[in-house]
Design a protein around this ligand. Sequence first.
Ligand code: ZN
Length: 170
Amino acid sequence: MLRRPIDPALHPEVPGPGRPAPPGYEFAGFRRFELVLRQLGGIASRRELLAATDGDETSFWFALHYGYLDRVRTGWYAAATVPPDARAAWAAGGPLACVSALVHHGVLDPADHRIDGTLHIALGRGGHRFVTDRPVVAHWGDEDRASGTRIAVSLETALRQARWCASAHQ
Ligand SMILES: [Zn+2]
């Protein structure tokens, strides 16, 4: 059982009172981790997933083994709804920041000349920059990193970062 009930407004696809399961729908089982991930904002740790599913290690292992869990990096998992850039940013260590977050927030056009393949990410002071196949510019600071979600820093933070980011003005 989920500790936190699924919010039907957010997840109309989940069966419940007055919402019969459509044909072929499978709620129980490994797929429930996808729903839990979405409830947790899209990106969650193994510990959080287990806490939200009553510590069901066996289901967790099977979900991982059979491809129902997308491992971003060691101990971290993403819902299928997480945008590829946000997934790549978390793989590198943190949420989208600076111009990358502005693109995510819809403020900056991805076709803007300042946007190349480089990901700008937010890292806390004790954070770790993981090596990935994308070039990364790290923006350090606990407050900035915590300003938004695990997907992206807040719009306000992203605007401030982009104003001062050297690589965003080349
Ligand atoms: Zn930047």
